[in-house]
Structure formats: structure tokens, C-alpha cells
Design a protein around this ligand. Sequence first.
Ligand SMILES: C[S@@+](CC[C@H](N)C(=O)[O-])C[C@H]1O[C@@H](n2cnc3c(N)ncnc32)[C@H](O)[C@@H]1O
Length: 218
Amino acid sequence: MVERKWDFDSWAKNYDQSVLKTDWIHENYSYAINFVCNEIKQIAQKSLKSLYVLDIGAGTGNLIAKIVSLPNLVLKAIEPSKQMRIKFLEKCKNIEIVPGLLPKIPVKDNTFDILVATYVIHHIPSNEIGVMVQEFRRVLKRSGTVIIVDAMFESQNALALLKKELENNGDKEMIEEIEDEYFPLVDNLKTEFVKSGFYITIHRLGTFTWYLQANINK
Ligand SMILES: C[S@@+](CC[C@H](N)C(=O)[O-])C[C@H]1O[C@@H](n2cnc3c(N)ncnc32)[C@H](O)[C@@H]1O
């Protein structure tokens, strides 16, 4: 499986330590993962039946490890990197994890109640986001929910202003990191979800970290 330009297999070894170092992308990683867990917990508490949850780009399993003991959840994960999958299975024994690469999602139509992707979307090129959102729509059940957490920028204008400021401060490293990945623009993401028939709520969890929740417009 081709994982584009980043070497996630090598990152798997020290992934858990590296996200806790709180660089700007993972400025509040643990808080954000806990926030998502609580949202999933609240959705599950309102449901009378079991909910099928798919963690896309699950990495080493930090999210699933925190919700595995909740009642009423049937969990599955997708992860393209073999080494990440190995780490995942050390932490989340007995949870099904399969290879897969967004924008495509290798599962059947209308099969999941919750799709979650934390810190994954910034690896998806902007011109594939539309297809990815259509895939979310395809695999989600009618009353389902998409949850995304990632570093994002509010708009093209906000990004341009930030880059200017970084240039003035001589912060080449952050400029390179911004240019090396595909950090979504909140405006663009909203547009793609609305185009595919979702309504969304989106808010900040930190300076760069955003939480998006999308549901299908009935
Ligand atoms: C920064 S890690 C996030 C892992 C995990 N979701 C978390 O919050 O800790 C990004 C993960 O996305 C996976 N990934 C990269 N490109 C992907 C793609 N196109 N589709 C699905 N997963 C992808 C990587 O292999 C990696 O495990």
C-alpha cells in the first residue's frame, strides 16, 4: 500500500512519545483525543442500540484504546501503515484493523454510525477532500456522525497572515511544515461537507486544533 511521501512505518516506533511533545500540530493531543472520546460516549449514551464506529487512520490506537471499554460500541479501524497496525494491535487486542487509504474507504455502504479521523486529514491532498467526504456519506448510516480533529487554518487569508508573521520571525521550520502537508482550510472543509449533504458544527480546541462534527441533512 502506497502511503505517499511520509514514512509512517518509521514513525510508529516513537509515535506515542512524539505526539506528547506538543509541537504546534499536536499542541494539545491528549486533550483533543479525550474530547473526541467524550463526544463518542455522549452519542453512545443516547443510543438504544449498538453503534458501529470506524476509526480511520487509527495509528497506534490511542483513541480506540480509550473507548474500548464503553458499552454499546462495535469498533473497527483502518490504517495504511503496517507498523502502525502492529502497534495498534499491541494496545487494542481483538479489535479489527484493516489496511486502507483515504480518500477511499474499504467498507460497504451504510454500515457505520460514527466515522472518526484524528490528525489524518492533513495528509489528504486538498483536491481529494471532496471524494473523501462523498465516501464518508456513502459508508455512514442515515443518522450517522463524522468526527474530525486536526490542525487547520481558518481561511486562506488567515494562513497568509500567519505565514507573513512566521517569515518576519524567521520561523522557517513551521513554514516548511505547513507547506509539507495539506492542512485543511476550515472554509473549504465546510463547503465540501455541505456539498455532500451534511450539516456541520466546527470549533477550535486550541490555537491550530479544530473539532468538526458532521451529520447527514435529513
Ligand atoms: C498523525 S497520525 C494520527 C494517528 C491517530 N489517528 C491519532 O490520532 O493518534 C496519521 C495516521 O494517518 C495514517 N494515514 C496517512 N495517510 C492516510 C490516508 N490517506 N488514509 C488513511 N490513513 C492515513 C498514517 O499512517 C498515520 O497512522
